[in-house]
Design a protein around this ligand. Structure first.
Ligand SMILES: NC(=O)CC[C@H](N)C(=O)O
Length: 224
């Protein structure tokens, strides 16, 4: 069985959708409260969307002090498994310095909730190598999704093929239309669109499930 731990902070609100979608993709799932420290048994750490600590100060800025984040840093540096941060999860990963850049307010200064098309930029890593399409339709729902990164870091991300997804039409002002990025060793992905919200056909076309299935299949292949 492939195990996913869904991290729950005070204010997370996409944890149940994550559970539903991860189970659809064949994961065994458990909720992990943000003060928990035993995360080594999970093949995937899923940091869901929401408003951790009410987005006070800046989205993700307070959650980075939760005890589990130290454990996630260790989990990443020891290469124990994969980490996927969605929306608020992505914000927490950038605030913690696990992923580069920062999520700032949308240029419209409005909360945006709609389906968007994203291009799959790097199809060679575990999160996307089994994704069948070039463009995925996945919902966004955020007020702070405007990805900022300095020009030199942006060039570095591009050279290292660490841009995971780009918006076909930029909804929020993100540098380079960036919708998701990887860490140095492609074990951590942060993305603003919510694949768990389009994981079955009744919610759209099911494109989001492709990403979760790709992770599960990659983990299975790694265990063979
Ligand atoms: N859906 C979410 O995770 C919301 C993200 C975040 N709190 C924002 O509004 O930017």
């Amino acid at each position: 069985m492939i195990n996913a731990g869904i991290i729950v902070f005070p204010g997370s609100n996409c944890d149940r959708d994550a559970e539903f979608a991860l189970r659809k993709a064949g994961f065994n799932t458990e909720y992990v409260w943000h003060d928990f420290k035993e995360i080594g048994k999970y093949d995937l750490i899923f940091i869901p969307g929401g408003f951790s600590y009410g987005d006070y100060l800046r989205a993700g800025a307070l959650a980075k002090f939760s005890p589990v984040m130290n454990e996630i840093e260790k989990y990443v540096s020891k290469k124990q498994g994969f980490v996927l941060g969605i929306c608020n999860g992505f914000q927490i990963l950038t605030e913690s310095g696990i992923l580069p850049g920062a999520l700032t307010k949308n240029t419209s200064l409005k909360f945006i909730c709609k389906d968007v098309d994203v291009k799959v930029i790097n199809k060679t890593c575990s999160f996307t190598k089994f994704v069948s399409k070039e463009v995925l339709r996945i919902p966004i729902a955020h007020a702070e999704g405007n990805y900022y990164i300095s020009e030199s870091e942006y060039i570095k991300l591009k050279q290292e093929h660490r841009i995971a997804f780009e918006y076909v039409e930029n909804p929020n002002g993100s540098v380079g239309n960036i919708a998701g990025v990887y860490n140095e060793n492609f074990a951590v992905l942060g993305m603003m669109p919510h694949p768990e919200r389009n994981s079955v056909r009744t919610l759209g076309n099911g494109d989001g499930l492709e990403i979760l299935l790709s992770i599960r299949r990659s983990i299975e292949d790694g265990k063979k």
